[in-house]
Design a protein around this ligand. Structure first.
Ligand code: FAD
Length: 450
């Protein structure tokens, strides 16, 4: 009897999690991973550290090479093989290997994990000297350009967390850095008082931030290379440009196959990661999820979600019954010497979602002040009528990244402010003040509740 066959399209976070989980669940299943690039299973989240030099070699980002999956996990990883069409009616995937060889592969189960693509709809985006920091191959090219051309002036388009990570990496390499942001704030969704401090930190680090600078195009020099970025308020000279203007889910294959796309523009899935097509699952940056605070479909492309969704898709594709309920929108990043973290909704998003939000901001410390505790700025958003916690943001030089997880947990548990007042959180002077920042904020919120 032929082995049941699982095909996975895309071999990074979601794809390799799905393939590995399916193999654990089913030793007998045939598993094929189609990856159009040359690498699988690498840490995309570490790409900016390759640019800064904190990660010495591209290979250091690779978790397991393709050969490991072939020999140790019996997973047939096919590099430089792009899926070009899915025929759900015939349970067949058509793929192009190394750009020439056309393959038609039947499947019993299929996992779509093709990720997201950088949004680069800017004229001049294809000029030499213009890059994205979205995958390993592209970031290796960017690093080679830095080594060979030794550019001095960099322009980063977009001030999301990836743009700011690249800004830091460039400053570490001694480049002059300008960041162009079309809106009035860095780190989309940040609360105003936290955003202001992030902007101050950027200025202190020598980054020129231009807000309300909607980019209209990239101009070339006489040699045809990127030389300036034109925007609403003028033009910024550049010898290297990095576009970090967001991620759009790769849905072309799914759309062409008639698979339903959700309201966010990503592939619609249920809790089992099943799409609208029988036997086809989707996971990671190509798929949407549910926001557990709003209850609505959401697109929140992060590695932490991609790994979990991939695992659930792989488990179910191999006959299991796993589910992924959704996310609360937790993100943490480093902006030079500061840690920024958020979870849930900010005040504006909460209002847009139909809540009647209130917000408090408190200042606390990472540990006892007499042990040189560093300031932590924390905002808490809750729903006034019900008292339900809706979101939390934090900024500080230390102790922020993991503190946010308490708030994320509280959102998952749908806690209300009164239930948070006396949470039994850990305390000893080297690790925090006796009143944890989130407890101080909950107390303040309680006072405002009356
Ligand atoms: C610089 C940077 C920093 C980040 N930092 C963090 C962080 O700190 N924390 C966090 O949680 N997340 C972070 N992320 C986000 C995280 O890396 C992504 O959410 C995650 O990589 C998504 O995994 P994925 O498997 O869904 O998609 P991807 O990693 O995009 O992989 C999809 C793969 O599918 C392949 N593919 C596409 N189409 C086809 C096709 N037709 N046929 C075959 N193969 C195909 C692509 O070549 C690609 O290799 C970061 C991302 C970047 C770029």
């Amino acid at each position: 009897m032929p082995r049941e066959r699982l095909i996975v399209i895309g071999g990074v976070a979601a794809g390799m999690s799905a393939a590995s989980r399916a193999r654990k669940r089913s030793p007998a299943m045939e598993i094929i991973v189609l990856e159009k690039g040359r690498h699988v299973s690498y840490g995309t989240c570490g790409l900016a550290y390759l640019i800064s030099g904190q990660v010495a070699r591209p290979d250091d980002l690779i978790v397991y090479p393709a050969e490991f999956f072939r020999t140790k996990r019996d997973i047939d990883v096919r590099l430089e093989t792009e899926a070009v069409e899915i025929e759900p009616g015939h349970k067949t995937v058509h793929a192009l290997a190394r750009g020439t060889e056309l393959l038609s592969l039947g499947y019993d189960k299929l996992v779509l994990s093709a990720g997201g693509a950088p949004a680069v709809e800017i004229s001049g985006a294809d000029l030499p000297g213009v890059f994205t920091c979205n995958d390993l191959a592209g970031t290796i090219r960017l690093c080679q350009f830095l080594e060979q051309e030794k550019p001095r002036r960099a322009v980063i388009v977009g001030s999301g967390y990836i743009g700011l990570e690249v800004a830091e990496a460039f400053r570490r390499r001694g480049l002059d850095v300008a960041v162009l942001e079309r809106s009035g704030t860095v780190l989309e969704g940040v609360e105003p008082e936290i955003g202001e401090r992030v902007e101050a930190a950027l200025r202190e680090q020598g980054v020129r931030l231009r807000k309300f600078a909607n980019v209209s195009g990239i101009a070339a020099d006489a040699r045809g290379r990127a030389a300036a970025v034109a925007h609403d308020a003028g033009s910024e000279p550049a010898e290297i440009v990095v576009l970090s203007t967001g991620i759009v889910p790769r849905t072309a294959l799914a759309r062409a196959a008639g698979i339903a796309i959700g309201p966010t523009g990503a592939i619609a899935v249920d809790e089992r990661m099943l799409t609208s097509a029988a036997s086809i699952y989707a996971a990671g940056d190509c798929a949407e999820t549910r926001h557990l605070v709003t209850g609505q479909p959401a697109y929140f492309p992060l590695g932490t979600t991609a790994n979990k969704q991939g695992r659930v898709a792989g488990e179910n594709a191999a006959g299991g019954r796993a589910s992924f309920a959704g996310i609360v929108g937790t993100l943490v990043t480093k902006v030079f010497d500061l840690e920024f973290a958020k979870t849930g909704l900010n005040e504006v998003q909460a209002r847009a979602a139909g809540f009647r939000p209130r917000r408090v901001t408190v200042q606390s410390h990472s540990r006892a002040r007499y042990l040189n505790g560093k300031a932590i700025l924390l905002t808490l958003v809750w729903d006034q009528p019900s008292g339900r916690l809706l979101g939390c943001q934090m900024l500080g030089a230390e102790g922020v990244a993991k503190r946010i997880d308490v708030a994320a947990m509280a959102l998952h548990a749908r806690l209300h402010i009164p239930e948070m007042l006396h949470l039994d959180l850990s305390y000893a002077p080297p690790f925090g003040p006796v009143w944890e920042a989130i407890l101080v904020a909950a107390n303040e919120a309680m006072k405002q509740q009356g």
